[in-house]
Design a protein around this ligand. Structure first.
Ligand SMILES: C[S@@+](CC[C@H](N)C(=O)[O-])C[C@H]1O[C@@H](n2cnc3c(N)ncnc32)[C@H](O)[C@@H]1O
Length: 282
């Protein structure tokens, strides 16, 4: 059985970044130049929209990795931020990047997201991008999140499940038929599509996340279809010249004014967005 959350694999992934260049490539203060930066900026915007007017002051990124979302939060002026992860290397990249951009440093805690040891009811908002899908059963992480939330607090958790590649075929045909061709050649040669990183990714449905959260006691739980902007290209030139400008155009003209900007139809979803609240009386 794999280690819960694939944190060992993630530590290896973060270690692939060279020691001289520890800058988080997902964060940018200017116009995004990669699809990853584009996604991260949109996730942060959606989080800001959801917490607007709620008066939240204390934040925890559980399974923070390099803490991209926390960088956006801290840059906006939020100062009570705690990152939790089991990767020392992720914290190294985070520290370097917060420093580089002159963003106030958050608290960093080396701890298990299933059992952080932090005090009950410590945070107004608990968030992460891409954590829950790395657990065969995310119940304990969600229970810990519920325990850590103050009454009235909220979770914000985009999840990137294992989804059939066929869902992105349409976009691939339009945006980069070469990547589609490569995929089928690989599929033919290997017989299956394998993750090259060894990171575990579950295929739990939105209904399962809803059920778990509701049984824990979260209120107004939603697990919505999220992010129609597939990463279809392995080719940087295509991404820069065609995919990214197309995505930005669609996002800026049709989506950026919405409260949850990346909300989409189930047939287009790359992710889910899990939101839930801890009631005052719970
Ligand atoms: C997809 S990455 C998060 C990336 C992050 N959003 C960023 O901006 O870099 C998932 C993170 O969860 C962490 N993780 C996995 N299992 C964990 C666990 N049981 N406890 C704490 N962190 C865990 C991994 O070490 C990894 O850094």
């Amino acid at each position: 059985m794999r280690e819960k959350g694939s944190y060992l694999e993630w530590d290896q992934i973060w270690s692939m970044q060279s020691s001289e260049d520890l800058l988080n490539p997902m964060y940018t203060e200017s116009d995004p130049t990669t699809i990853f930066q584009f996604w991260q900026k949109a996730y942060a915007k959606d989080l800001f929209n959801l917490i607007e007017d709620r008066g939240y002051t204390s934040f925890c990124e559980l399974g923070s990795g390099r803490g991209t979302t926390s960088m956006y939060l801290a840059k906006k002026g939020y100062s009570d931020i705690t990152l939790v992860d089991l990767s020392e290397r992720a914290f190294k990249v985070a520290s370097f990047s917060f420093n580089h951009y002159d963003i106030p440093m958050p608290r960093m805690l080396f701890a298990d997201a299933e059992n952080t040891g932090l005090a009950t009811e410590s945070f107004d908002c608990i968030y992460n991008i891409g954590l829950l899908e790395h657990f065969e059963d995310p119940t304990k992480v969600l229970e810990e999140s519920f325990r850590l939330l103050k009454p009235g607090g909220m979770i914000f958790m985009p999840i990137v499940p294992k989804l059939p590649y066929s869902k992105s075929v349409q976009a691939s045909i339009f945006l980069n038929p070469i990547s589609l061709f490569k995929y089928f050649v690989k599929l033919f040669l290997q017989g299956e599509s394998r993750s090259e990183t060894g990171v575990y990714r579950s295929d739990l449905s939105r209904k399962v996340y809803l059920k778990i959260c509701t049984s824990i006691g979260f209120r107004d739980v939603e697990c919505i279809s999220y992010n129609p902007f597939w990463k279809t290209n392995q080719n940087k030139w295509f991404e820069k010249k065609l995919t990214l400008p197309t995505y930005k155009f669609i996002y800026n003209t049709l989506m950026s004014k919405r409260k949850i900007t990346l909300k989409t139809k189930p047939s287009r979803e790359l992710c889910y967005l899990l939101i839930g609240y801890r009631n005052h009386e719970s």
